[in-house]
Design a protein around this ligand. Structure first.
Ligand SMILES: [Cu+2]
Length: 367
């Protein structure tokens, strides 16, 4: 991503704007939209209940601390030529499960970053991310492997990492780290499955709702039947109106629990335009994680039936001949189907108010 689009602090933002005010001869906030002014006044509002009395925690709204302010409206006003939302390309999220390494230790060093992210042809959001994408990277290991994880925080707001695949003291391992600092922990996943990871910094709703989540897939020690394996992470977006083409996350809207978009792998309808592909006779395995933050993912494939759904850690708890199964927010499940019919099969959140908001794609079964 362009450095110009990297985050700035609210203080730096206000100082930039003040400078601009002098340059253009207006008031200090001349460059601000009404929305940004509202966000600014909201900074004085009480902080999230239970959050530490730390100034950095007070900004429970990404309008205050994201790329929006510097790379957006004020980039243009300042005449720096900073690229706006139009320059943020759409990038399909590859749903393919990455192969297992022969090394029995998975070493991950990720950074918390803020980036502008195009989630559809006409929507760019100010995303909070792990490694510059929402969802973050797909991690893949086996039961018995060791995961060595480090998070480094590149931005002003504290962040953290909570792996649902771990059994570990959360106060120590999942603690928040300030800008420039890191946290490292190691764990051995005990069970196979599709596990969510997410930032656990308060308010968690804001951090997950702004894009800080992803999937770690833990394969069983004994391999499952060979399959084409894909990962789908359902997420929800709650967005403010655009400022210079970029929409920030809206915490108050998250509390209403009525999302603007519900998506698989961070983009609306991306696998409608560019389907997930399999061949006739293939077994297809969807590892479905529901990042929420609030709603279930009622997973269904139109015109197909699941050969197997694993209720517990695969291969245990296998049930056969399933039409739809709900994955809870914060949960993950494994769905197998056998492609014995040619065609394009929509996979959907069959809670259709949410399917209609973007949680839909195609599985194309080809000869
Ligand atoms: Cu966070």
């Amino acid at each position: 991503m362009e450095n110009d689009l990297r985050p700035t602090t609210r203080r730096a933002f206000l100082s930039d704007v003040t400078t601009l005010g002098i340059v253009v001869g207006g008031t200090a906030l001349v460059g601000c939209s009404p929305q940004e002014r509202k966000a600014d006044s909201a900074a004085a509002a009480p902080q999230a209940k239970g959050a530490p009395p730390n100034e950095l925690h007070r900004n429970a709204d990404s309008k205050l601390d994201t790329s929006l302010q510097k790379g957006g409206a004020h980039g243009n006003l300042s005449g720096t030529g900073a690229p706006g939302a139009a320059n943020v390309p759409f990038q399909r999220y590859d749903p393919t499960l990455p192969p297992l390494s022969t090394d029995r230790t998975l070493r991950l060093h990720w950074h918390a970053r803020e980036v502008p992210l195009r989630i559809s042809d006409d929507t760019v959001i100010a995303a909070w991310t792990f490694e510059g994408n929402t969802p973050g990277p797909i991690a893949h290991c086996r039961v018995g492997d060791t995961v060595e994880f480090t998070l480094t925080n590149d931005v002003d707001i504290p962040h953290s990492m909570d792996f649902h695949a771990a059994q570990i003291d959360p106060k120590v391992a999942f603690r928040s780290v300030a800008k420039g600092q890191s946290v490292t922990f190691t764990y051995k996943p005990k069970y196979a499955g599709a596990f969510m990871y997410h930032c656990g910094t308060a308010p968690v709703l804001m951090h997950i709702g702004s894009g800080m989540y992803g999937a770690i897939i833990v394969s069983p020690a004994e391999p499952l039947p060979p399959a084409k394996e894909f990962v789908l992470v359902q997420g929800e977006f709650y967005l403010s109106d655009a400022a210079n083409g970029v929409r920030a996350s809206d915490y108050q809207k998250m509390l209403t629990t009525i999302p603007d978009f519900v998506v698989f792998n961070g983009r609306t309808n991306q696998y409608v335009k560019d389907p997930i592909r399999a061949k006739l006779g293939d077994r297809v395995r969807f590892w479905v994680v529901n990042a929420g933050p609030t709603h279930p993912c009622n997973f269904h494939v139109v015109g197909e039936q699941f050969d197997t759904v694993y209720l517990g850690a695969p291969p245990s708890g296998a049930i056969k001949g399933v039409q739809t199964f709900s994955v809870a927010p914060g949960g993950g499940m494994c769905f197998d189907l056998v492609c014995d019919v040619l065609g394009e099969f929509p996979f959907v959140n069959h809670g259709f108010g949410h399917g209609q908001k973007g949680a839909i794609g195609f599985l194309a079964v080809e000869a």
